[in-house]
Design a protein around this ligand. Structure first.
Ligand code: SAM
Ligand code: SF4
Length: 337
């Protein structure tokens, strides 16, 4: 099956599933220091429910799955979820985004369960600053987790970094340099405004173009072929072992190629990261709806996928709007980044 088309002729074949909104870190750009009141336990999708939804989605053409959160590795027995997903006909690729804190412990089991790939979020290479950004995280634990993931065969390792001006932007080149000798893929992601806690402001935002200019200050970048429906634009230093990706959801969004649908931990289908339009599957799940009813809701969520978002930061009026928006938007940890 080749994926369901939305109203704008985009093929939807990729689903990101947030399996929890809880986290073992408190990154300053994502969560308040005392965390966010977690979603009630009874509202969180059980693994069996996730698998049921995915099985139906797979019959509609969803092929690739990314598991995220909150921090997905804090949820109990995640390997069993991965092996259940692995068993779904039509799912060809399972990946996971993690802060890496529990990776040393789980990498091998995750790989054995069928996980194909992993993305690790790391916003500083300096132990003290990392501790500050994550409010207490130990970077050495993450480094060990990365090694464990490589050893378990979950490479090539992708590392996500969110550059924030005046905060960690002086490390952009340090991250880029890592690709000269290691096969890591370093992905720079533009800082996005989410939820009232996330400290976003136009002056802290750095566009992908500016990030790229900083990287080009240390070496010539060669463009790599465009990957179908992926948000990153890939480059490489000449002769380097690794790859550098730039993800620009704000300055140069990739809505026209967007192939994804999100499922939140509390059973909402969210067709666009930046739109609060969601389809809540809970009522249907709680009254034991048939697969046909769930299928109809999944199709509906694809039909309401907006053409694009309007988050451009050039214009002052929109900046005000963005700041206002932060008060009611779901935080990233609740949507699933
Ligand atoms: N806890 C896991 C982790 O940190 O990788 C998975 C969830 S986290 C919400 C997923 C990704 O979203 C991380 O790479 C994080 O850096 C990114 N993220 C969170 N808030 C963001 C923001 N405001 N702008 C850009 N990326 C953000
Ligand atoms: Fe947790 Fe990931 Fe948010 Fe950091 S970015 S607080 S690790 S959910």
């Amino acid at each position: 099956m080749s994926g369901l088309k939305d109203k704008f002729h985009r093929t939807i074949d990729y689903m990101r599933i947030s399996i929890t909104d809880r986290c073992n870190l408190r990154c300053v750009y994502c969560m308040p220091s005392d965390g966010i009141r977690p979603i009630e336990h009874k509202k969180i999708l059980r693994y069996e429910e996730i698998v049921r939804i995915l099985r139906i989605a797979a019959t509609l053409g969803v092929e690739k799955i990314r598991i995220t959160g909150g921090e997905p590795l804090v949820r109990k027995d995640i390997s069993s979820l991965i092996s259940m997903i692995k068993g779904i006909e039509g799912i060809t690729d399972i990946s996971l985004t993690t802060n890496g804190v529990l990776l040393e412990q789980y990498a091998e089991a995750l790989a054995a369960a069928g996980l194909n790939r992993i993305n690790i979020s790391l916003d500083s290479l300096r132990p003290e600053r990392y501790r500050e950004i994550t409010r207490g995280g130990d970077i050495h634990v993450v480094f060990r987790g990365i090694k464990a993931a490589e050893k378990a065969g979950l490479g090539p390792i992708k590392i996500n970094m969110v550059p924030i001006r005046g905060f960690n932007s002086d490390e952009i080149t340090d991250f880029a340099k890592m690709t000269m000798t290691s096969s890591y893929q370093i992905r720079f992601i533009e800082f996005m405004p989410f939820g009232k806690h996330n400290m976003w402001s136009p002056d802290k935002f750095i566009s992908a173009e500016e990030i790229r200019a900083a990287v080009e200050g240390i070496g010539r970048l060669v463009s790599l072929p465009l990957k179908k429906s992926g948000p990153a634009r890939h480059f490489q230093f000449e002769g380097a072992a690794g790859v550098i990706g730039f993800i620009s959801p704000i300055s140069n969004h990739f809505c026209a190629e967007c192939n994804r649908l999100r499922l939140t931990a509390d059973a909402r289908l969210r067709p666009c990261l930046f739109s609060e339009s969601e389809i809540d599957l809970k009522p249907a799940l709680w009254r034991d709806a048939t697969d046909e009813e769930l299928e109809r809701l999944i199709k509906l969520s694809i039909q309401i996928k907006p053409k694009g978002h309007n988050l451009r930061i050039q214009n002052a009026e929109l900046r005000t709007l963005l700041n206002a928006k932060q008060d009611y938007m779901r935080p990233m940890s609740r949507i699933g980044g």
